[in-house]
Design a binder for this molecule. Structure first.
Ligand code: GDP
Length: 366
């Protein structure tokens, strides 16, 4: 190619010819088949128990799958992993978007991993399907953990109802524990019903707050505060230290008004900075104190049993709902009844009773 700049009138300037670029596709690369054959449940379990991350990921994908043919294999794998599960600290982490959950989880996670063991970070975010964005659990949000060999970061299963998403996360906990992950973080965004779901599968529930302008306690759902075993006020750095301490005092006095917790533990309020990594060991010492407290007074075990029972009934409820709503005849009757209810030709209750009667009579016929 001609370079006019090389003309003798441009003194002191020469432009070299470019170097031809190699092709961007490696010509020596052999094409490998994209999909490996599906392992048997036994192979899954063997891989998981060995701590094989690929096997664990594939099993989690199976648990999350909506394909009916995956359901039975997934359940068999979970069932076989169950005896090896339970040996972990399950910690729920919530906070409104922007509170600093991902920044904090990254830092907390690295802190936890310093004393050995493994950490799985899971998420419950039923909204991500709607928004199509990955709000929670996105690997890029937890930069240090994403590349840590002992951390397993898994985004939220996106499809389905909150109940369905929560069940899958709960089952994923079992798989991770069987794979040797002795610390489990379950993250959720603190704006909806998902905190209740997370609360029902963790031992410790951490609420991340930030000091804002005005009345700190406004707009914070009392229910979430009541669930919290620890409230931590993030971003206590720079000019924000004062407001964070003020918020701490306000939360402390608000907590005094709450009835005693079932565990007997008094929820603590601390300040820290995830970004500048200040006060992190103190947050973790609080969590250590909690575990010591509830293991000693028997609450730890009781709560786990209570949760197991809860999930049995949740699972039954979900299956019954699914069986009902998936029935094509029920669906067409529902459409008709809904129209009648909307046009005031039928009461809600009569319409419901009619569809249910039809459904129950169908079941009896079988
Ligand atoms: P998430 O939506 O709750 O996951 O919040 P992020 O972790 O994404 O944080 C939201 C914003 O707050 C980001 O811009 C962070 O850099 C910032 N942030 C997080 N932690 C701190 C902190 O401790 N101090 C300060 N000053 N900023 C923080």
């Amino acid at each position: 190619m001609e370079h006019p700049e090389n003309d003798s009138q441009y003194i002191g300037l020469t432009v070299n010819s470019g170097v031809s670029q190699p092709p961007s596709v490696n010509p020596y690369l052999k094409r490998v088949p994209r999909r490996k054959p599906m392992p048997t449940p036994g192979e899954f379990v063997e891989g998981i128990l060995k701590g094989d991350v690929t096997m664990l990921s594939r099993a989690v994908t199976l648990v999350e799958s909506l394909a009916p043919e995956h359901y039975n294999i997934a359940q068999e794998v979970i069932e076989k992993c169950l005896p090896y599960s339970g040996n972990s600290r399950r910690i729920g982490i919530t906070g409104v978007p922007g509170a600093g959950k991902s920044t904090s989880i990254d830092v907390f996670g690295i802190h936890v991993l310093k004393s050995g063991g493994k950490l799985a970070v899971l998420a419950i975010d039923p909204s991500s399907e709607r928004t199509k964005g990955s709000i929670l659990g996105d690997k890029t949000r937890m930069e240090k953990l994403a590349v840590h060999p002992n951390a397993f970061v898994r985004p939220s299963p996106s499809a389905g109802s909150l109940g369905g998403v929560a069940r899958k996360t709960r089952e994923t906990i079992v798989l991770c524990e069987a794979a040797g992950y002795n610390n489990i973080f379950v993250e959720t965004v603190g704006v909806g019903q998902s905190e209740t779901a997370v609360h029902s599968m963790v031992d410790f529930f951490l609420l991340i707050q930030i000091a804002g302008a005005g009345d700190e306690l406004q707009g914070i759902k009392r229910g979430i505060m009541e669930m919290a075993d620890g409230i931590v006020i993030n971003k206590a750095d720079g000019d924000n230290v004062g407001p964070a301490q003020l918020a701490q005092a306000q939360y402390r006095s608000a907590l005094h008004l709450f009835p005693p917790t079932a565990s007997g533990w008094r929820p603590e309020v601390l300040t820290y900075s995830g970004y500048y990594e200040l006060g992190i060991p103190e947050v973790w010492q609080m969590i250590d104190r909690y575990f010591e407290f509830v293991v000693n007074n028997g609450y730890f075990e009781r709560k786990r049993q209570e949760q197991a029972r809860y999930w049995m009934y949740e699972s039954i409820n979900e299956q019954i709902r699914k069986h009902f709503y998936d029935n094509p005849e029920v669906q067409s009757r529902l459409t008709a009844s809904e129209a009648q209810v909307l046009s005031n030709r039928r009461s809600s209750f009569a319409a419901a009773a009619e569809v249910l009667d039809f459904y129950f009579s169908k079941i009896k016929e079988k």
